[in-house]
Ligand binder design. Sequence first.
Ligand code: ADP
Ligand code: MG
Length: 697
Amino acid sequence: MTRDIYETPVQYIKGIGPRRAKLLQRLGIKTLLDALYYLPFRYEDRCVIRKIAEVAHEGIQTVEGEILSSGIRSTSRFKIFELLINDGSGLLTGKWFNQPYMEKLFRKGDRVLLSGIVRMDNYRGGGYEMHNPDFEVLGKGIDKNKIHTSRIVPFYRTTAGLGTRTLRSIMFSIIGFASEKIDDFLPEYILKRYNLPSLGEALRNVHFPEEDAGLEEINRGTSRYHQRLAFDELLLLQTGLAVLKRGRKNERGISFKSGRNLMKGLLERLTFELTGAQKRVVNEIVRDMEAPLPMNRLIQGDVGSGKTVVALLAMVHAVESGYQAALMAPTEILAEQHHINISRMVKGLNIRTALITGGVRERLDDEIARGEVDVIVGTHALIQEEVGFHKLGLVIIDEQHRFGVMQRAMLRKKGSFNIPDVLVMTATPIPRTLSLTLYGDLDCSVIDELPPGRRPVVTKLFNEGTKGRLYGFIRSEVKKGRQAYIVYPAIEESEKTNLKSAIPAREGLEKIFPDLNIGLIHGRMKPQEREDVMGAFKDGKLDILVSTTVVEVGVDVPNAAIMLVVHAERFGLAQLHQLRGRVGRGAHQSYCFLLYYGRLSEEADRRLQVMIKYSDGFRIAEEDFSIRGPGEFFGTRQAGIPDFKVANLIRDSRILDAARKEAFNIIGNDPSLSSFPQLRGMVKRFWQGKVEIFRTG
Ligand code: ADP
Ligand code: MG
């Protein structure tokens, strides 16, 4: 069979006309491939249909019977819709409370399935009943194919005009049509190695499972059939990444060469020595930069591990080699912070830096284009907009999971002569499976050591009632010479959210601490104002800095020893971890206070407990991921990663490891997949519209 069977429009399949094809399209199903991977979201065991008279009080059961009558009965409290059915063993009344519209769904004489607990009605002369049962109308005919009964039954998400049963029947014929015809694209040895079912078998079973498939496993998506499909997705993804990575081995990049004087100068200027981990990572970067291939490297390191100086060393190496270096941050404020820090660190080294933000663009663009600026700091917009570089050699992306494979692909076009070297830094660590997915085509360096002398930050939870004690503690620390951040989730009060917020809170705090110097910083201030306030805090002229999350990343004041997060329940774990990372940077014992309001939701409670329990950012990232789930962690679409239909990066981490290993193995032996044409076709299809994986054919 040709591989294009997958592209067959569903309309050509028996039983699906233009009208149904249109409805299916609303569900995102156009082709056979779409349909095959449109998986049920749950399954119900209807292998055994029980007799009404046998199952009273036995837990949830499914019974099937013919409708004898139906109608609405009113009591003083309820409108009850009642449906009387007969299955030969007895009569049973299904009751739905205050759902009068149910009446329209049933007709006398139809067969119907009801799932629920069979009870005895003790009040009105006995008889069996079910309250608010799940139901399915089978109609008049007999279910010959046993699609809807006598099996484990799939449930698909439907759309208006397309009922559960109709969609299930459609899927049944699609699976019947396709599962025999499609070829397995996985190499035979992989099927054997992991004991995977064939593709046809897997597809058949995820849609219409065999009777002996464990109901729990298929509902969790961990049956071997689901795992086979998850393996496929992850293999296709990783094969694409392997091809991208491998392909770069043939590209011409820049061989940076410099006397390393600027690097030496920078190191001499530092008041500290690099940690072993920093040295190792700098070496890895410099080795990449000096090699003729373009660098594509990810640096991971916990908050405070010292990524900035590592990045800066790479930048000055590029500058001394005669190239421009660009640093892109996710927000303007972060770009400002980077620019301030970098300008300070390179003072006296004769390096020209520029910050590109909305206001000061035009004049700078010319200077950048003429090569009068060496280090350009800006937001991610730097690559999307028409900034022309004179001789861009190194791009550093400081990032918050927004910069996937696709966005990076755009960068290559910005280098003037050669493809620029690329270094990606993540502000907080990200879960392992996620970095293998988002950055699986990159080489990876980990700064797995914090600078010496860091003392763990003491983290404590407070609620509104105990905040008086908190203020007392802050005062006593300030009297000892320390400084404090107090962070709010919003700038101004709003009726909608009713959150404590920075501007009014500052006034309140001035009454509580009339003797202390209190500053305010937030995102709506002018850059110059922000810089002044930050400067004053850095110089110790302010005791307390009231702020929004603008201080989240990049702010570095070692004398600050207190981080009070107000409405801590409103912040995500990555943010809380970053905020806490603002303290504990100096020699003093530091504190992170998480102040919450109202009753904590279960999820918020879990988050805050994670903060108390762990300080390791890698660990916190894993916890965060498992609390929020992959979908919430970030929009995968935004990051340029194909959506997974089956795979789940939390549940399937071991499958990911296996798939990655096999993918890189296959591409290592056969870079263009010439011996696996079907796999090649699937990889291309998987990456279609994202990144071009194979140039030709
Ligand atoms: P992050 O990895 O979170 O971006 P930074 O680069 O902001 O961390 O560094 C955090 C702080 O640690 C800064 O004050 C920086 O000057 C300092 N620092 C970096 N490396 C070292 C080191 N090897 N020894 C001591 N302090 C260091
Ligand atoms: Mg930093």
